[in-house]
Design a protein around this ligand. Structure first.
Ligand SMILES: Nc1nc2c(ncn2[C@@H]2O[C@H](COP(=O)(O)OP(=O)(O)O)[C@@H](O)[C@H]2O)c(=O)[nH]1
Ligand SMILES: [Mg+2]
Length: 354
């Protein structure tokens, strides 16, 4: 899913690398910005003006050169040295739909990591840059959410309520997570809480039947709180591990539907409220998640349709922007097309050479 962003990050990484290489290969003039050991490091943002340095360094700057060019003396990178490259990185992230707060956080982190003295002699410039990008990305991606560990450590049944707008993949996600949990050895019951949309009960009932998962359903038009209450009762009396509660799609600004969700919460007392949206919606998904969290709360997020999203911005920024972890990524229409969100793996995918 990160194909587009990966290519762009590669370009930004090369750009940052060659900016730093310029510092290394420039003649030591004794100014604060050139790696002279005896000069003090410049204060952040207050770089002494360098005398007119040639725009292009004397040495040829082949793209790969800084990948092997080792830091052989104390290197002092000033804010000014990398400001153009950071602006390009900023633009790259925004173009990839990374939300502004997450973009700001990444840029600030990379700047903090790179500006100042570097004493790691023998390190390549590229690994300095990659290290800065990796730390910045890991910081905004957060820790993810280990649902299996959560279920193992909480009283049964663990009740999970799925919310979000129409057509984003809630029902499919309930089915996928049901299948995932069943494979992990947990017993599951599904509550058909979308009693509103025509065909919704049948849709989830077909999934449940295919997966061999018990479903609790009421006739169309019924009160979703009552169905989900029954699903919880069933789980309690049959010692089922997990209740997965589907709900009708709704927008956060529809007061009557949001108060219905409040009622569902009061009645079924979910342990986790999971907000589902589609990765392809980019910044809209982040904004909606933020609004849902404000109105009914959200403990974690699932982003679906990552297989149709090459920008990756929502996945990068949603956890940081709303302050709630990204739990799963949906990657297709089959039951197995779901994966726990693993920040370290995502960063390797984004910055790896493969
Ligand atoms: N490509 C792709 N399609 C998905 C994914 N998740 C759901 N869908 C499709 O999105 C459409 C709407 O899904 P549905 O679960 O009914 O959405 P709901 O209205 O939020 O319950 C269906 O056609 C699903 O097959 C996914 O991860 N990738
Ligand atoms: Mg649905």
């Amino acid at each position: 899913m990160f194909g587009g962003l990966k290519a762009k990050l590669q370009a930004a990484r090369n750009r940052l690398g060659s900016s730093i290489q310029t510092v290394i290969t420039a003649p030591a003039t004794g100014t604060a910005t050139r790696g002279a050991e005896q000069t003090p490091a410049p204060e952040m943002g207050k770089t002494a003006e360098s005398p007119a340095l040639p725009k292009t360094p004397a040495e040829p700057t082949l793209v790969d050169k800084f990948k092997v060019l080792l830091i052989e003396r104390e290197l002092i990178v000033s804010e000014k040295d990398i400001s153009d490259a950071l602006s390009e990185l900023e633009l790259t992230l925004l173009e990839s739909d990374v939300a502004l707060p997450a973009t700001d956080a990444i840029i600030a982190h990379v700047r903090r990591s790179l500006v100042g003295k570097h004493r790691k002699f023998g390190e390549s410039v590229d690994s300095l840059v990659v290290g800065a990008l990796r730390a910045a990305l890991l910081d905004v991606l957060g820790n993810g959410f280990d649902l299996l560990a959560y279920i193992r450590t909480h009283p049964r049944p663990v009740k999970i309520l799925f919310t979000g707008v129409n057509g984003t993949g809630k029902t499919t996600t309930v089915a996928k997570i049901g299948s995932y949990l069943k494979k992990q050895g947990f017993s599951v019951v599904i509550g058909a809480g979308d009693t509103y949309r025509a065909g919704a009960i049948e849709q989830i009932a077909v999934h449940a039947e295919r997966l061999g998962i018990k479903i609790i359903q009421h006739p169309e038009g019924g009160d979703p709180s009552a169905v989900l209450f029954d699903a919880v009762q069933y789980a309690q009396s049959h010692k089922i591990d997990v209740v997965l509660a589907d709900t009708a799609g709704r927008f956060h600004n529809k007061a009557n539907l949001m108060s219905q969700l409040e009622k569902i919460k009061r009645v079924m007392k979910p342990d986790l409220v999971v907000y589902v949206d589609e990765a392809v919606a980019g910044n809209d998904a982040v904004t909606r998640a933020f609004e849902f969290d404000k109105t009914v709360g959200a403990d974690a997020v699932v982003l679906t349709k990552a297989d149709m999203d090459s920008r990756g911005g929502a996945a990068i920024s949603i956890a940081h922007t709303i302050g709630k972890p990204l739990m799963f990524i949906g990657t297709g229409q089959s039951y197995d097309d779901i994966a726990p969100f693993e920040p370290a793996q995502v960063v390797e995918e984004l910055l790896g050479d493969a």
